[in-house]
Design a protein around this ligand. Structure first.
Ligand SMILES: O=C(O)CCC(=O)C(=O)O
Ligand SMILES: [Fe+2]
Length: 295
C-alpha cells in the first residue's frame, strides 16, 4: 500500500529568516518540494478562489470555449488538449484548466487575459487578480537569485473530472512531468491524487492549509541540478478534484545560465545558457503537440 511522503515544512512567518532560507535550501536539494505554512494568503481568499474555479468549470463547454487559450497562453484549455508525458499512448490528460497571466503591459489582444463576464460570474476577475497579486508579493523571497525583474507568472485553475479511475490504462489527471519555471506554489482542495516521484509509491500529505512548493526546471538549470526539479503527476482516482497552481517564471528575456556558485572544475555546467522565453516556448510546444495531432 502507498505510504505518506513526509515533505519538509517551511513556516513563512518565522522571524528567523536565515534558518528559513537554510530550510528551503535543504528542501530544494533533497526533495525539490516542500510545504509552505503561514504563507500570508488568507483562507477566506483561497476559499473564494476555489469557489470561483468550481463556478467557472461548471459553465457549459461552449461558454468556456469562448475563452479558449490564446497565443499568449491565457484562458481555457479543455480536457485532453495537453499531454504532459508525451510518451504515453493515451489521447491526453484528463484535466481542464484556466490560465491567468501577467496583468499589465500587454496591449496586444492575443496576449491579453480572458475573463468571464461580470453577468455570468460576478467578482470573479477581482478575486483571481487579488490572489495573483498575493502570490506574487512574495517575489522578494527569491529575488536574491536575480531573475525577478518583471517576472512572468501564471495562475492556473485546474479541474480534474470524477470520471472512472483510468491511470492504469495510461490516462492521468496530469501525466508525469516536471514544472518548467522557477517555483510553483500549489493550493489543493484536500482531495488526494498528486504523486511525487521521490519515492514512487508515496503520496504527499493532503493538507489544505499548506501550499505545496516545488522547484521547476529553470531553477534546476541555474543551480546545475543541485536543486531538484522533481517528477510528479496527478492520478485519476475517480474523485473530482480542484487545485490552484501559481507558476513563477523569470522575465522573458532573462538568460538562465549556471550560477557561479554551482559550478566547479569537477562539476562543469550541465546545460548551455538559454533565454527563458525560448525555453518555455519549446516546453509548451511539446506539451500541446497532442492537441495539434487531434486537430
Ligand atoms: O494539481 C496538482 O496537484 C498538480 C498540478 C501540476 O503539477 C501542474 O499543473 O503542473
Ligand atoms: Fe506540475
Amino acid at each position: 500500500m502507498a505510504g505518506i511522503l513526509e515533505l519538509p515544512v517551511v513556516d513563512f512567518s518565522s522571524l528567523d529568516r536565515a534558518s528559513t532560507a537554510k530550510l528551503i535550501r535543504q528542501a530544494c536539494l533533497e526533495y525539490g518540494f516542500f510545504y509552505l505554512v503561514n504563507h500570508g494568503i488568507e483562507e477566506g481568499l483561497l476559499g473564494r478562489v476555489f469557489e470561483g474555479s468550481k463556478n467557472l468549470f461548471s459553465l457549459p463547454l461552449d461558454e468556456k470555449m469562448k475563452m479558449q487559450r490564446n497565443e499568449g497562453h491565457r484562458g481555457y484549455t479543455p480536457p485532453f488538449a495537453e499531454k504532459l508525458d508525451p510518451s504515453l499512448p493515451s489521447k491526453g490528460d484528463l484535466k481542464e484548466s484556466f490560465y491567468i497571466g501577467p496583468m499589465e503591459g500587454n496591449e496586444l489582444q492575443w496576449l491579453s487575459n480572458q475573463w468571464p463576464s461580470e453577468e455570468i460570474l460576478p467578482y470573479w476577475r477581482e478575486t483571481m487578480v487579488l490572489y495573483y497579486e498575493k502570490a506574487l508579493l512574495d517575489e522578494c523571497f527569491f529575488e536574491k537569485i536575480g531573475a525577478l525583474h518583471k517576472p512572468m507568472a501564471f495562475l492556473r485553475l485546474l479541474h480534474y473530472p470524477d470520471s472512472a479511475s483510468g491511470s492504469i490504462d495510461g490516462e492521468f489527471g496530469a501525466s508525469a512531468h516536471t514544472d518548467y519555471g522557477i517555483v510553483t506554489l500549489l493550493a489543493c482542495d484536500g482531495v488526494p491524487g498528486l504523486q511525487i516521484c521521490r519515492e514512487k509509491d508515496e503520496y504527499p500529505r493532503v493538507w489544505r492549509m499548506a501550499l505545496v512548493v516545488n522547484v521547476g526546471d529553470l531553477l534546476e538549470r541555474w543551480t546545475n541540478c543541485l536543486f531538484r526539479s522533481t517528477l510528479h503527476r496527478v492520478l485519476a482516482t475517480g474523485l473530482e478534484r480542484y487545485s490552484i497552481a501559481f507558476f513563477l517564471e523569470p522575465n522573458s528575456d532573462c538568460l538562465v545560465e549556471c550560477l557561479d556558485s554551482c559550478r566547479s572544475e569537477a562539476c562543469p555546467p550541465r546545460f548551455p545558457p538559454v533565454r527563458s522565453d525560448d525555453y518555455l516556448k519549446e516546453r509548451l510546444r511539446i506539451t500541446y503537440a497532442s492537441e495539434e495531432h487531434q486537430a
